[in-house]
Design a protein around this ligand. Structure first.
Ligand code: NDP
Ligand code: PYR
Ligand code: MG
Length: 645
């Protein structure tokens, strides 16, 4: 363990990322059950709710005071995270939640996903925790449990069944879930994440069993601070929040978008090592404009059309204030899958006051830039010597374009206004040109260049002659044979990235990219494709997905105690990821390293992001650890079981 001035930096961590591998074999205190007598009318004991948390009451009491939870408190954002239940500061006429602590044992212990080990409880633990008779005689290792679960999951032919099996496991035995996901990341990523999570969101109401995450709807307006207090964990470090309006390339799935924050946060833990108890998935439900869902008897959200304007803005604002007040200045809020008419504005509004980033705009930009930096080793030239054409000028497209332009500007010294001219965009109306300026959304305007009108992609490809073609349209099969063939006529090695998710929305398949370019394309996609055999050669394509970036970026922000996200951190993350692409990867056509190594990669990304935070003066955890990679690794959550005394 790293030590500063004789004390452990990790153990002293207010943000509790200390439960890393270093504690793997230590005995831990018996599972703490924090029980609250919760009453909707303020009277204690009306309704007993048992809530299990990985913290002790002492930690709650030791935390510094925050304002009491009165009605006006949302206007008093202080950034303090202590005394979040207002126990110390409450006056006699104010209600508080009567938390108490007890030790989990017996049947409730087996039903608690944070502490349950299933058949892996030892004989000693069976005695100490009143488990005798509640389990069969056998004691098995976690490794054997993994083996069995993988065999079970592989028996399911239908991806959604695999997803449900994984979600059941997460709800039953959290450490086993993460052990499985970490040890079999390449096989299970497509199950808990894209593409399967897309189908899960579409059918979320029908497959709904246990609620996961926090649902904040218009019904909770004015009470969000109270709602956050219902969540059993207090030391939240990362929130992924969606309003469900643009779920992958599947459109408005309303409240059923919850699968996305849940999935993204499971990657924060498995890929980036953030403790599961520090992660909070949130769905803000302001209604849906999806008629199919509104008429679906199993739909789980508000049955009304989307609130917009002031009503929408006020709910989000209340949420953002309540989050900061409850969890402090340094909680990371990741905006995910908002529609672009809100996404850019939310980022601009809260960027200066909160630790926020938009994964679709910024995370995607960082991962694509990393892939391009790696791809240049195959195709040659500098970024500025290439020409880029995007299909799709929304969050992902313009976000990526802006980061590329920024990097080009840093490399060449040319102003960003100039470097943007190397980047062209096609949206649903055709090539974005100056003649369309009047009717363009603000985020498209920087990409409106002088050109005669072009109404379709294939003509745009022929006119612009890009060396790099990027799909960020959410519209499947739009990179047609003609488009890819055109790319292959004027590029020896055309770079083709089909970023849209899930697989059904991918602009083309890996097979199409290789076949139509006669095996010359450098291809990567947002959702994974199996290796393809073309003309006797096997082509393995990479996955250009922000999952490479956000877990490491988040870890870097947390370990440095960063208070804001800066573009230079995204560039640092890109460079760190690109540096992990080996010669061997490149020789086999891969512009991303395999996911099997992702935790090491995330630690490197985290270290470089943290270093940038220190360099920019945005880090608050001082002094800076000497070896940031080792520090990042030491902070990462390990899913190995703990021994209970
Ligand atoms: N691989 C990854 O890591 C990521 C992938 N994505 C994927 O990217 C896709 C887009 O996401 P995002 O940018 O947020 O979405 P947006 O809605 O913000 O943008 C979509 C853009 O695509 C354009 N478009 C839609 N259909 C067509 C079409 N048929 N022809 C041409 N242009 C079209 C839209 O045009 P108009 O403006 O005219 O309507 C718009 O400019 C999604 O599928 C998402 O899953 C997103 C983030 C990360
Ligand atoms: C990957 C991702 O964030 C998306 O498709 O929206
Ligand atoms: Mg997304």
């Amino acid at each position: 363990m790293l030590s500063l001035n004789g004390t452990s930096f990790l153990d002293n961590s207010l943000y509790g990322v200390s439960r890393g591998v270093v504690q793997q074999h230590r005995r831990v205190a018996p599972p703490m059950v924090v029980v609250a007598s919760v009453s909707s009318n303020g009277r204690a004991g009306d309704r007993n709710v048992s809530v299990l948390v990985e913290t002790s009451l002492k930690e709650i009491r030791d935390a510094s005071p925050a304002p009491p939870a009165d009605k006006d408190s949302k206007s008093k954002v202080t950034g303090g995270i202590g005394d979040v239940y207002g126990e110390d500061t409450a006056t006699e006429d104010q209600s508080i939640t009567p938390w108490t602590v007890s030790v989990a044992s017996g049947y409730p212990l087996l039903r608690d996903p944070h502490y349950n080990k299933g058949l892996a409880f030892t004989e000693k633990e069976k005695d100490a925790h009143y488990l005798r008779g509640l389990l069969p005689p056998v004691v098995v290792s976690q490794e054997l449990q993994v083996k069995k679960m993988m065999a079970n999951i592989r028996q399911y032919q239908v991806p959604l069944q695999r997803y449900m099996a994984m979600m059941d496991l997460q709800e039953r035995n959290e450490r086993l879930f993460y052990k499985l996901l970490i040890d079999h990341v390449e096989e299970l990523l497509p199950v808990v994440y894209t593409p399967t999570v897309g189908e899960a969101c579409q059918k979320y109401g029908s497959i709904f069993r246990q609620p996961q995450g926090l649902f904040i709807s218009l019904k909770e307006k004015g009470k969000i601070l109270e709602v956050l207090k219902n969540w059993p964990q207090q030391k939240i470090q990362v929130i992924v929040v969606t309003d469900g309006e643009r779920i992958l390339g599947l459109g408005d799935l309303g409240c059923q978008g919850m699968g996305i924050p849940v999935g993204k946060l499971s990657l924060y833990t498995a890929l980036g090592g953030i403790r599961p108890s520090a992660c909070l998935p949130v769905t803000i439900d302001v209604g849906t404009n999806n008629e199919k869902l509104l008429n679906d008897e199993f739909y789980i959200g508000l049955r009304q059309r989307r609130a917009t304007g002031k009503e929408y803005a006020e709910l989000i604002d209340e949420f953002m204030s309540a989050v900061k007040q409850t969890y402090g200045e340094k909680v990371l809020i990741q905006f995910e899958d908002f529609a672009n008419h809100n996404a850019f504005d939310l980022l601009a509004k809260y960027g200066p006051t909160h630790l926020v980033f938009n994964d679709d705009i910024q995370g995607t930009a960082s991962v694509v830039l990393a892939g391009l930096i790696a791809a240049l080793k195959l195709v040659g030239g500098t970024l500025a010597e290439h020409t880029f054409l995007f299909l799709g000028a929304g969050e992902a497209g313009t976000g990526i374009a802006e980061l590329i332009a920024l990097e080009m500007s840093k490399q060449t010294g040319a102003p960003v206004d100039e470097t943007r001219k190397k980047i062209w965009m096609v949206d649903s109306k055709g090539l974005i040109t100056r003649s369309r300026m009047e009717g363009l959304q603000h985020f498209k305007r920087p990409w409106a260049h002088e050109h005669e009108p072009v109404t379709n992609l294939v003509d745009a490809v022929k006119a612009i002659k890009p060396t790099v073609l990027i799909g960020s349209s959410g519209a499947g099969r739009t990179f047609t044979k003609e488009v890819v063939e055109a790319m292959a006529t004027f590029n020896e090695k055309p770079i083709v990235l089909a970023l849209s998710n899930p697989t059904s929305q991918s602009e083309c398949t890996a097979e199409e990219a290789y076949m139509w370019s006669e095996g010359r394309a450098i291809f990567a996609s947002g959702s994974p494709f199996d290796p393809v055999e073309y003309d006797g050669k096997v082509y393995a394509s990479g996955q250009a997905n922000n999952a490479y970036i956000f877990p490491g970026l988040g870890l870097g922000l947390i370990i440095s105690g960063a208070i804001r996200v800066h573009d230079d951190m995204l560039l640092a993350a890109s460079e760190a990821l690109a540096a992990q692409v080996t010669e061997e990867n490149l020789e086999s056509g891969l512009i991303y390293p395999p996911f099997s190594n992702i935790r090491k990669i995330s630690a490197k990304i985290a270290a470089d992001v943290a270093a940038k935070a220190y360099e920019l003066g945005l880090a608050t955890r001082l002094p800076q650890p000497e070896n940031l990679v080792a520090y990042a690794e030491s902070c990462m959550y390990s899913p190995a079981y703990r021994c209970y005394r």
